[in-house]
Write a protein that binds this ligand. Sequence first.
Ligand SMILES: [Zn+2]
Length: 392
Amino acid sequence: MDLPIALGVLMASGQVPYRDGLRVLGTLDLKSAVSWVDPDRPAPPASLGLFIYPAQAPWRAPDGSWAPVSNLAQALEVVRSGRPVQGVSLPEVRRAKFVWPKLLLSPQAITALGLAAAGRHPTFLYGPPGVGKTEFARAVHTLREAVEPNVPFVEPPASLSPIQLVGANGAFWAAGSGVLFLDELGEMPTRTLECLRKPMEALWGREPTLSPMVLGATNPCPCGFLGHAEVKCGCTQSRIARYQERFSAPFLDRFQLAVALRYSEDSIEVPWEELVFKIRHAVEQQRSRGPWHGNAAIPLESLQGADLTRDALETLQNWHKKSGLGLRALHHAIRVARTSADWNHRSRVTSHDAWLAVSFHPSQFRTTSTSDPWGPEHSWSKAMGLRSPGPR
Ligand SMILES: [Zn+2]
């Protein structure tokens, strides 16, 4: 923005004294008033030090180091004195305050929540009973509403027939371009599950179609406690294998993200306002790339436009080669990596984005699988928490 540039030029040319550790945000108009163009931007962390920002911003200073200003003259006064100027008129903050639901998730799950909602990626959730699978699905819907107001959220019962699910008046189509949440997938007849394959695939077909973002949720095993930190799973290996085999490889292949939800000591409250802000920007970038409904729907012939760096492509190709998975797995990973790049305001997809896409790939669901692409020392369940190079 140009207030920081103006102050930088004035300091560098000696017209005002140089001040270290100053942070500035704002846009100048031709009459040197400081204006504010980004009404939804969340407030930055309180510990920034001396911080000059437009008085119109709907934030209130946490302490004496925040300096709201209305024009360039006031900003210069702050630079000279090192203190906020008195008597700046602050407009009343009148925006109705929406109360966000309080939701605790692990940092990994929050990352997945953001990616899923930003790219509309079909997502497979698994974890013990009561861990918050339904809350996660509702959170995705809440975030989608920030970019598509009033989209439906449909949650049919697990007992529904194939016709009730994907027939002409079925739940799938009732969800429109909203969210279809299928809870207790493990209780659904296999025939019903398999019926989902075709309509889900239409999402990334050549013709843009109106189809919902599908979120499926299941327990990891019949008793529900496989992988739980404290409760011991009472299922035999063969029962677990039989349960997980209900989800055929082609069925899992329709999902682009898988999220292991679990009770976690490092859970934090979902930072809603920050997520909404980032999703709006990510969706804008997606729309500038093509007419598809989210990165989840980038058609095969347009995947080249995802703009991968050489490193990112190598990361994905190496993973794909070792995984033994079909080409569709690679294509989905590219779609998700593209969303990760949009999320982080990167024009090109980096190897970090590629890594993130791979770590959330649905093939991780089969915990009993021997074809672990990273080898046994890096099992998928470990990969969820430990192999991240960290946000950049
Ligand atoms: Zn179990």
